[in-house]
Design a protein around this ligand. Structure first.
Ligand code: UDP
Ligand code: MG
Length: 315
């Protein structure tokens, strides 16, 4: 029989976990032809999430868990789950029931019977979301799909089921700065998309602030495109060309009409604009160098504090 494991990244989700476990177990019980189980990844929660997971694991021996030594972020939590799983099909689902477990049977059918490698959920409506946030996120997808080599489906969620081939491809990517939305699409394979409506969180609060989302978008762009670097080259070339032409013009003008002391305001403007452009280019270059620095350090993506998953002999 095939096995299916769902990874559940959890950060301060103690309130949502009982309802989540109940809903998912109900769906799992009705799956046929596959043995389904859960891997909870406690991402250094500060509430009683780990206790809640352990009490679930006590009652249900198929439940596995990993607990991090601190909060490493959802990307790290997903990676840990993917690396630890040995199942034929591996899924990812949020702990807050925003990803409806009712979709799981259909998704499983796509990868188990219909020949797809990935079954992934895509959010269709953005109702209940701030207008500004929707606008920014739409702009982000447009931009990244234009300038990067990974095409990201708008509204693509982490909620998905993948077969072993895909999982192996994902964990073979060694980068430290992990932008999963990009990685999931970069590895390729045949994907079936499932339209999914925005669900309300059962309990707890979102961990995403506007600033966090903004830096996340920047990570995505920098991680999957070098276009910003080219942008500073183009803008730099353009402004220095203008400066050169202006210098030529001034020389000719001075030779014909003599020197002229006016023009302090335009001078200051030019200095500010050029200075700003130089700093922006340096900043963009710095972002890439900073990421190279982090990659070169080769730090682990996460540190496990405790787990009930037995290490494999061959590792
Ligand atoms: N999460 C995590 N580590 C973090 C932040 C979030 O493991 O640092 C988990 C969280 O517990 C949830 C999922 O990632 O299961 C999605 O987070 P959230 O619901 O806050 O995001 P949203 O649904 O609002 O985009
Ligand atoms: Mg959520």
């Amino acid at each position: 029989m095939n096995t299916l494991e769902f990874i559940v990244p959890c950060y301060n989700e103690s309130e949502a976990l009982p309802a989540f476990y109940e809903a998912v177990s109900k769906v799992f019980a009705n799956l046929s032809g596959v043995a389904a189980s859960l891997i909870f990844v406690d991402d250094g929660s500060r509430d009683s999430t780990l206790e809640a997971i352990k009490s679930i694991a006590e009652k249900d021996s198929s439940v596995k868990y990993i607990s991090f030594s601190r909060n490493f972020g959802k990307e790290a939590a997903m990676l840990a789950g993917l690396k630890m799983s040995r199942a034929d099909f591996v899924g990812i689902i949020d702990a807050d029931l925003q990803h409806s477990p009712e979709l799981i049977p259909e998704m499983l059918k796509a990868v188990a019977d219909e020949g797809y490698d990935i079954a992934a959920a895509r959010r269709v409506d953005r109702s209940g979301e701030a207008k500004l946030k929707s606008a920014f996120s739409r702009a982000f997808y447009k931009l990244i799909n234009r300038i990067s080599d990974a095409q990201i489906e708008e509204g693509a969620q982490d909620f998905r089921i993948m077969n072993r081939k895909v999982v192996n491809a994902i964990i073979s990517m060694p980068e430290y700065n992990r932008f999963s939305k990009g990685i999931f699409s970069w590895v390729g394979f045949k994907t079936k998309w499932f339209e999914h409506e925005n669900q309300k969180r059962v309990a707890g609060t979102t961990k995403w602030s506007f600033w966090k989302l903004f830096t996340y978008a920047a990570d995505g762009i920098i991680g999957f495109s070098t276009a910003p670097l080219k942008l500073s080259l183009i803008v730099g070339t353009f402004t220095s060309l203008i400066g050169f032409l202006y210098a030529l013009y001034t020389i000719v003008k001075t030779l014909i009409f003599g020197p002229d002391v006016n023009g302090y305001p335009s001078l200051i403007c030019a200095i500010l604009i050029i200075g700003g452009l130089v700093l922006i280019s340096l900043g963009i270059t710095g972002e890439y160098i900073a990421r190279m620095y982090m990659e070169v350090k080769n730090r682990p993506d996460y540190i496990i504090n405790e787990t009930n998953i037995m290490p494999e002999i061959d590792e």
